[in-house]
Design a protein around this ligand. Structure first.
Ligand code: CO8
Length: 263
């Protein structure tokens, strides 16, 4: 598929998808969402890729939301279809087997924040701004914001952000716990890539099991989550990567993890 609205690159087993509609501050219309879903599915199908980075082009915006011009034309069924398309894309990102980092380089508003929330974690530039301003348009978040944000920062803080539609700074977002690190804009990608490389050097299977156990464990009670951890731990320990990791430690060398997810 030829992409008109995203840039898809792979370097050193790290894929980067850049939303590239700077004239509309990278707003998500149906075409962008479909291209994004296609690229994410390509990442899922490629065993060589170990980490995905999502970012926005230009210096101003990560993604300034769903495309308001497209939203304004939708009837009720069209709105449902658009919301389903967005959820499908966010779910595909959230359920990727590998770690996904959002490099938030500017405005992450509405659907843009929802996109970043579907990633495993976010790093942000100092100039980044976050918000779910849908209420100011007479609507509500429709790409998972009511659910994902409240699960991360708690329902009362999420309600305040959603009910007021206010924008907050990257520092405030970090204090609330949904941004992991805030760095100067010019060092954002370098910092994100450093973390991505650190993860890419780890075992793909153990990373995947850690991600799945954390994500699925949050949806169940503690005892069930701990039983899931026991099973995942046992699976990891019997993997090719665990044999390499433990052997490398005993031989006082760096491990070379080559294990695959699909055997
Ligand atoms: N959609 C479409 N175009 C946009 C969007 C957007 N979300 N955001 C910015 N643009 C366009 C502007 O219209 C403008 O275009 P033009 O130059 O042709 O007039 C261009 O980008 C630059 O924007 P501004 O001139 O407004 O730039 P400023 O620096 O003055 O302001 C802001 C930057 C504060 C980010 C401002 O652009 C803004 O408030 N944008 C809208 C933010 C917003 O409300 N986002 C939420 C959208 S709703 C949503 O995301 C719902 C998700 C769930 C959907 C569920 C489906 C049913």
């Amino acid at each position: 598929m030829a992409y008109n609205n995203i840039i898809f690159e792979i370097t050193d087993q790290i894929a980067t998808i850049t939303i590239n509609r700077p004239k509309a501050l990278n707003a998500l219309n149906t075409e962008v969402l479909n291209e994004l879903l296609h690229a994410v599915e390509s990442v899922a199908a490629d065993e060589e890729i170990r980490v995905l980075i999502l970012t926005g082009s230009g210096e101003k915006a990560f993604v300034a939301g769903a495309d308001i011009a497209e939203l304004a034309e939708l009837n009720s069924l069209g709105a449902k279809f658009f919301a389903v398309t967005g959820h499908k894309t966010m779910d595909a990102i959230g359920s990727l087997a590998i770690p996904v980092i959002a490099a938030v380089n500017g405005f992450a508003l509405g659907g843009g924040l929802e996109l970043a929330l579907s990633c495993d974690f976010m790093y942000a530039s100092e100039n980044a701004k976050f918000g779910l301003p849908e209420i100011t348009l007479g609507i509500i978040p429709g790409f998972g914001g009511t659910q994902r944000l409240s699960r991360i920062i708690g329902k009362n803080r999420a309600k305040e952000m959603i009910f007021t539609g206010k924008m907050i700074s990257a520092q405030e977002a970090a204090q609330m716990g949904f941004v992991n690190q805030v760095v100067p804009a010019e060092t954002l990608m370098e910092t994100v890539r450093k973390t991505a490389s650190a993860m890419a050097s780890k075992g793909k299977f153990s990373l995947n099991q850690a991600k799945q156990t954390i994500n699925q464990g949050l949806d169940v009670d503690l005892q069930t989550g701990c039983r899931m951890e026991i099973d995942a731990f046992a699976l990891c320990l019997s993997s090719e990567d665990a044999a390499e990791g433990t052997r490398a430690f005993l031989e006082k060398r760096k491990p070379a993890f080559k294990g695959k997810l699909k055997g």
